[in-house]
Write a protein that binds this ligand. Sequence first.
Ligand code: ADP
Length: 596
Amino acid sequence: MIRRSLFLQIFGPQVLILLLSLGAVAIYAWYTGWVVRRDERLQIMYAQAELVAQAVFNEDGSPKPADELDRFCRKMRVEEGLRFTVLDPGGRVIAETDAIAAELPSHADRPEIQDALRQGRGYCDRHSSTLHRNLFYAARSISRHGQVVGVVRVAMPSDQLFHELAHANFGAFLLVALTCVVAALLSYALALRVVRPVAAMRVSVARIGVGDFDTRLAIPSLPPLAELARSINQTTDRLQGEIRALAEERSLRERILASMTEGVLALDAQNRVAAINNAARSQLGIGDRPLVVGLPIFELVRRADLLALVDAAADQTAERELAEPGTSDTALWARASALRGSGDVRIGTLVVLSDISHVRRLERVRQEFVANVSHELRTPITSIIGFAETLLEGKASLEPATTERFLGIIRRQAGHVQSIVTDLLLLSRLEDQNNGFEKELTPLAGIVGNAIEVCQTHAQTRQVEVRVAIPAGMRVCAHAGLLEQALVNLIGNAIQYGGSGGKVEISAEAIPNQGGTRISVRDFGPGIALSHIDRLFERFYRIDKGRSRELGGTGLGLSIVKHIAQVHGGTVAVASEEGKGSVFSIWLPADGKAEG
Ligand code: ADP
C-alpha cells in the first residue's frame, strides 16, 4: 500500500511532466508545420488562380464567352481536378467548376472575396454553403491595365490539407510517441529504484516509531538513501542506548524503593500520590490496590495524623509518631519534608515511614520485665525486712528458738533473692550478642554426669531415680558449663515436678536428617496442660506460682534453658501428656554455631 502510493507520488508527476512537455513540443511542431504547409499550398493556389485568370479573361479584361468558359471549367475540373470560381468585381459568379454559375448567388459577402478585392489576396477555411463541406479557399483579384476586372477563387477540401500535413508529419509523431514510451519506461524503472528502498525504510521507521528499537534499516544501494538510512540507524542506536539506560535507572530506582523497609510516599504540590513503595502501602493499609498514583492522599488514607503531618511539612521538616488505630503494638514514625524540583521550587512532599513497632514492643517487654522482677523481689525482700525488724524490735524478749527460725527464714529469702539475681545476670549474659561463650567438642556423658551430680541430693531427697542412656563416645559442640546449667535446670524440674518416688530418664541421640544431637529429659509426673505449653519458656512463667516460690523456684529456669540452646544455635522443645509425664529436649547443631 505504502509502496503503491509512494510509486504514484514519484512516477505520476514524472509521467505528467513528460507528457506535458512532449505534448507542448508536438503541438508547436504541428502548428508550425501546418502554417508552413498552408502557406505553401496558398502560393500554389494563388499561382493556379493566376493561370485560370489568363484563360478566363481577355487581354482587355473582359471575360471570355460563356460557352467557352463552361468548356474550360469542365476541362479543369475533370482533367486537373481543380475547383475554382470566377467572379466579377461585384461578386457575381461568372464561372464555376462545381455548379452552374448563373444559379449561384452573389459571393460578395465571402470573407476571402472581400479580402481579395480589398488587398489583392485573401483566404479562408470555412464551410461551403454551395457544396456543404469544409473547404479551404484562396482568392486573388485580377487586374488589367490597372483596373480590377474580377476575382478568381481556387478551393480545396480542408481535410485534404490536414491529411497532407498528417502524412508529412507521421514520422515525427511516431518519434514523439516512441520517445514518450521509452521515457515513461525509464522513469518507471527509476521510480522503482527509489520507491522500493524508501518504502522499506518507511516500514522500518514506523516500527521504530512505535517503540521497536531492535529494528534497523537495510542500507539501500542509492548513495543518498544509504546515507539517510545510516543516520537513522545511528539515531536509533543512540535512542535505544539512552532508553535502555533510562529504563535500567528507573527499574533500579523502583527496586531500591521496593526493597526498602522504610515506607516512602511522594506527594505532588496538590497532595496527590506521585510515588509509593510497597512498605508504605502495607504500613498505610493500602495493600496492592491498583491505580493509586494521582489520587489525593486524603482519599486514600483516612488518617488525620498523617494529613496533619503533610500540612505541617509545608514550612519545614516535620516528624511524629503515627499510632496505628486499634493496636498498641504497631507504631510508625513519619518524617515529612518538602520535595524540591529544579530552582529549589517546592514540588511536593516526601514522607518517609519507619516501623517502630519493635521499639514499642521492646519497651513493653522491658516494662513488663521490670514489673515482674519488682514483683518477684518484693515478696522475699518484704519478708526479710519484716523478720529483720521483728528481730530488732524484740531482740530481748524473743525465744532463742524463734530467733533462729526467723533468721532461717531471712537466710532462705535472701537466698531466693540471690537465686533470682544470679539467674537474671545469667540471662542478661546469654542475651548479650558478644557473650564470648566458646564452644568445643566435648563428650556429652561427662556434662550429663556433672549435671546429675549437682542434682543428686535433690533426687535423693525426693527419692527419684535418675537413669542415663547416652551413646558411648557421643560428643557435642557446646560450652560445657552452659549445657550443664541447662541440664541441671531440666533435671531439677523433672525431679521437682515429676512427682516423688518416680524416675527421670536422660537420653541423647544423633538426628539423621536435621543433623546435630538431641538431648532429652523425661519424667513420668503429672505432665503439663496444653494451655501452658506455649508460654512455658517465658521469664517468670509458672504454672503454679505459689508452689514454685515455695519450692524456691525463680520462674527463670526454662527461660535460661531456651537461651542456652539459642546461644548454641539450637532449639528447645517440650512434649507433654497430662498424667503421663513430660519430655523436655534440647537440640544442638553439629557445629554449635548460632544462626544469624
Ligand atoms: P521454676 O523456677 O518455677 O521451676 P522454670 O522456668 O524452671 O521455673 O519452670 C517454669 C514452670 O514450668 C514451673 O513453675 C513448673 O510449673 C513448670 N514445669 C517445669 N518443668 C516441669 C516438669 N518437668 N513437669 C511439670 N511442670 C514443669
